[in-house]
Design a protein around this ligand. Structure first.
Ligand SMILES: Nc1ncnc2c1ncn2[C@@H]1O[C@H](COP(=O)(O)OP(=O)(O)OP(=O)(O)O)[C@@H](O)[C@H]1O
Ligand SMILES: O=P(O)(O)OC[C@H]1O[C@H](OP(=O)(O)OP(=O)(O)O)[C@H](O)[C@@H]1O
Ligand SMILES: O=C(O)c1cccnc1
Length: 484
């Protein structure tokens, strides 16, 4: 969908590191980076991976334009013109593996793995994290809302409050991936094929002499799409009775009104009263839409109060992920080339949870064939015999070593798909509907305990003994070298 290069959509320090490697003659050295997050957002038990389509577009079109080069030449770093000349020839020649959009993903497992020259792998960090972090965050928030709304219709209404245009449209897409049914954003509809939906604003009613006239005119012009906003003056004394009159007029033309929309006040009380009034008027087919700063908690609460709401319009809280406005995904170097060989590398931290796991890794989802449910994820090095060969697999989480389990019969699904191989795109982007159904299959893979929105069970991400031993070895080497 995006047509221009985003080569400079990166932090300056990436360009500076690229340059310093180039001057140092080390820019062609191979490197492996992995993108992952350490903590789930919103206290949720899983995240919904999203952002891959935008990343694929970005990588495919990654070129420096003449304007980019001109801009770089004016920087106070005084980049060598030969370096800038070379950037004009740049295209991504590396290899990328990624989770598929819609996958349920967990802390500390590689979601995207990028292999290539240190120069190219460094350049793409910022944009990859930018796309992955935002879209995964919104898809996860949307999934929480979807969980509580169950079979109800969900409309994404966030554009006016989104952090600018890209967030609005990619956020609309992420919401759709996680199970929303439609968006109010027409551009998202046009670009991605997401169904669009809309009612009308208070201004429509205010722009007429009376509410009744406003409703009648709207129904006359758009007789097949009539959802009337009933709270401009007084929901139960004016809005609903006027909407009922309009619905009756429509009936006399053989048409059926879709819905009314409630946008203020006590949505439980008003929806119950409005439902009764509509039913008493023989309009049981007219649905009730609610909006007004909704999120998974208000929807959950409203349902618990017996609200008679069929469709939820959710904007601000979703598109801004307002209770946690960022996902802390990181991109860490796990292997580097030394004298022609790839060696694992580690990032040490005083905080044990921040110590990276060295080496290029695979992620397997271990599934119980008896019930088709996921048991745990298993991270290991490529080429380790298990888990693909079956047989007993020891599941062990180093941060929770007391939680050990050996599984004997299982299926292991390799979660990281090849996307680019040596610069060539090998992955065919699925349609949005395929992504949505993959997401539903992923949800079905997990017991409800992991999916509940409050205090979910922790799904375990385990690490192979080889990866764990390598981590210990590198930590020990680091400790020894600092002692010397
Ligand atoms: N029965 C209810 N239980 C829990 N939360 C509710 C209930 N009814 C409405 N809400 C939520 O309470 C909040 C009410 O917000 P607010 O006070 O801004 O609305 P309002 O004054 O009715 O309308 P507005 O100011 O938008 O005209 C909204 O987030 C709404 O979704
Ligand atoms: O509340 P959200 O979840 O973001 O949903 C979108 C909101 O946008 C519109 O009104 P707007 O907020 O612009 O004005 P209003 O509050 O005065 O209705 C609409 O009526 C919803 O209330
Ligand atoms: O169509 C609607 O009702 C709508 C769209 C955007 C924001 N609020 C409401």
């Amino acid at each position: 969908m995006q047509t221009t290069s985003l080569a400079l959509h990166t932090d300056k320090y990436q360009i500076n590191m690229m340059y310093a490697h180039w001057v140092n003659g080390t820019h062609k050295r191979k490197a492996v980076f992995e993108a992952y997050f350490r903590k789930l957002p919103f206290g949720n038990g899983y995240a919904v991976f999203a952002g891959l389509e935008r990343i694929v577009n970005y990588i495919s079109q990654l070129r420096f334009t003449m304007e980019d080069i001109k801009y770089l030449s004016k920087q106070e770093e005084n980049y060598d013109p030969v370096f800038l000349e070379e950037l004009l020839q740049f295209s991504f020649q590396g290899t990328i593996h990624s989770m598929k959009e819609g996958a349920l993903v967990f802390p500390d497992e590689p979601l995207i793995r990028v292999e290539g020259s240190i120069m190219e792998t460094q350049l793409v960090e910022t944009a990859i994290l930018n796309f992955m972090n935002y879209q995964t965050l919104i898809a996860t928030k949307a999934s929480r809302i979807k969980q509580v709304a169950s079979q109800d219709t969900l409309l994404e209404f966030g554009t006016r409050r989104a952090q600018e245009a890209d967030a609005a449209i990619w956020g609309a897409r992420a919401s759709y991936v996680a199970g929303f049914h439609a968006t109010s954003n027409m551009l998202a509809g046009e670009r991605f094929g997401i169904p669009t939906a809309g009612t009308h604003a208070h201004s429509w009613v205010q722009s007429f002499m009376s509410e009744q006239e406003a409703f009648d005119v709207y129904a006359k012009v758009l007789p097949d799409q009539v959802t009337l906003l009933v709270d401009t003056f007084d929901t139960l004394n004016s809005g609903v009775p006027h909407a009922i009159k309009t619905a009756k007029k429509l009936e006399s033309q053989g048409k059926k009104m879709n819905a009314i929309r409630l946008d203020s006040g006590d949505l439980a009380y008003l929806s119950i009263q409005a439902r009764q009034m509509l039913d008493d008027a023989g309009l049981d087919y007219v649905k009730i839409v609610a909006s007004n700063d909704l999120d998974e908690n208000t929807i959950f609460n409203l349902k618990a109060q017996g609200a008679r709401i069929d469709t939820w319009g959710v904007g601000t809280q979703l598109i801004t992920a307002s209770d946690q406005p960022s996902l802390g995904g990181v991109y860490k170097l796990v292997e580097r080339e030394v004298d022609g060989a790839m060696l694992p590398t580690i990032k040490i931290s005083a905080n044990p949870e921040k110590v990276s796991t060295p080496g290029k890794k695979e992620v397997f989802r271990i599934i119980d064939p008896k019930d088709g449910k996921a048991i745990a994820d298993y991270i290991c090095y490529p080429g380790e015999e298990q888990p693909l060969q079956g047989g007993p697999l020891k599941l062990f989480n180093p941060l929770h070593p007391y939680l050990k389990k050996t599984v004997t019969r299982y299926e292991a699904v390799n979660m990281l798909e090849p996307i680019f191989v040596n610069g060539r795109k090998v992955y065919e982007l699925p349609t949005l509907d395929e992504i949505r159904s993959y997401h539903r299959e992923q949800m079905d893979l997990f017991w409800p305990e992991y999916l509940r929105k409050l205090n979910p069970e922790i799904y375990r991400v385990n690490i192979s003994p080889a990866a764990w031993n390598m981590k210990q070895k590198l930590i020990a080497e680091h400790v020894q070298s600092t002692e010397e």
